[in-house]
Design a protein around this ligand. Structure first.
Ligand SMILES: C[S@@+](CC[C@H](N)C(=O)[O-])C[C@H]1O[C@@H](n2cnc3c(N)ncnc32)[C@H](O)[C@@H]1O
Length: 380
């Protein structure tokens, strides 16, 4: 059986072999930080049922250490409260609300951030503290501050980071407010996603600084953006290649909706194939067009439900070919989604890396192609 140090070295080497960009200094961080200190207990997914089922995996159980040194995300909290040690045995269901992100993604993001020695960095979403410890190893304790929203998660992370021998500045609070007392920063990196860029970040990062954050929403579509701060309250940048997704920042999560009830409405043929919304970028474009809608269903039976107005849209295949859509409520959700998807299709259905985001006093706008191209305003 391999020791933790051997597994850690194999993980660091494996990341390099599988294409994760590998600045030797970051690889050294992976070799040095014991992930097991941050994931003494985690959840493993059971089957592919919905809602998702999880079983606790505790220190010393067969497969515990091997799971930690596999390049995978380890869920450590469900529904904002249930931790593995709260579960006596068997399977629980829930939505992941905290985790240790897969090491290859953590490493890739630290490198995409372009943080160098001497930079002052704010991390939003401490989680288990593993990514924080990697950052502290590479950048130094005094250059790094990390914010965690959930007090129980933040306290456990603080203990683990201490046990690993690091001492960055740790804050328990809402990272969407940034760190009003600690700026200015050179970099902000978020390991939770947002519906729009929090304005405090744009004032706490100095001009010339960068913000790396995943833009998500209530239809669960994600894209990773690298923004360059151009002035106080202003930034612009592009979305990056790949398929990065993160749990949404808790204050940006959608409000609870009533039990799903499909109601009658106006029916017409759909001008697009509803299954386009299952595409990684197609679903994200639809989310830009209808940002307060939750997407349910899939394939040619999509359901959009706008949680702020109660508006609905649902599609179905037509027996003679093509598809129909039924819409009701003050927001014609499918009209908006259709227009956005057609624009995207006319551009050749590109990945998000052909899109960018500009933030200014006038608002926050995602655009396709160039910053004067077609675009969508984010729901600030
Ligand atoms: C994917 S986990 C972070 C993973 C972590 N960086 C690691 O490697 O272990 C996302 C974390 O963001 C936290 N979070 C959510 N909303 C937040 C907010 N507004 N401010 C700070 N943290 C937040 C969650 O509680 C959760 O712990």
């Amino acid at each position: 059986m391999s020791t933790a140090a051997e597994l850690r070295a194999a993980l660091a080497d494996g990341l390099a072999e599988h294409g994760t960009p590998t600045d030797p200094a970051w690889r050294d961080a992976v070799r040095s930080v014991p992930r097991e200190l941050f994931t003494r207990a985690y959840f493993t997914r059971v089957g592919d049922s919905f809602p998702a089922g999880y079983r606790p995996m505790r220190e010393g159980e067969p497969g515990w250490l091997e799971g930690i040194y596999t390049d995978q995300t380890l869920v450590t909290q469900l529904d904002g409260r249930v931790r593995p040690d709260d579960v006596a045995g068997g399977t629980v269901t829930g939505s992941p609300s905290s985790s240790s992100t897969l090491p290859s993604l953590v490493l890739r993001m630290w490198q995409q951030l372009g943080a160098h020695a001497g930079h002052k960095v704010l991390e939003v979403g401490t989680g288990t503290g593993y990514s924080t410890a990697l950052g502290a190893h590479r950048l130094g304790d005094t250059r790094l501050t990390s914010v965690e929203y959930d007090p129980a998660v933040g306290e456990a992370a603080a203990a683990a980071i201490r046990a690993a021998g690091y001492a960055p500045r740790l804050i328990i609070g809402d990272g969407l407010r940034g760190d009003p007392d600690g700026g200015p920063y050179d970099r902000v990196i978020a390991t939770c996603s947002v519906r729009y860029i929090p304005l405090p970040w744009l004032h706490q990062v100095r001009p010339g600084g960068r913000i790396l954050v995943t833009l998500s929403g209530w239809s669960y579509a994600n894209a990773l953006a690298l923004l360059h701060v151009t002035g106080p309250g202003e930034a612009t940048g592009r979305f990056l290649p790949g398929h990065t997704s993160f749990m949404i920042a808790r204050p940006h999560d959608r409000p609870p909706r009533p039990h799903l009830a499909l109601l009658p409405g106006e029916e017409r043929p759909s001008r697009i194939d509803p299954a386009k919304l299952d595409d990684w970028t197609g679903g994200w474009v639809a989310q830009l067009a209808a940002p307060s809608a939750e997407r349910l269903g899939g394939g040619d039976r999509q359901i959009l439900w706008d949680v702020s107005t109660g508006s609905q849209a649902r599609t179905a295949p037509h027996p003679d070919g093509g598809w129909t859509v039924v819409q009701r409520g003050p927001v014609r959700l499918w009209d908006r989604v259709e227009r956005a998807v057609q624009l995207w299709q006319a551009a050749g259905e590109p990945h998000q890396e052909r899109f960018g985001l500009t933030v200014s006093a006038a608002g926050q706008r995602v655009w396709l192609g160039d910053d004067d191209g077609p675009g969508w305003d984010l729901p600030i």
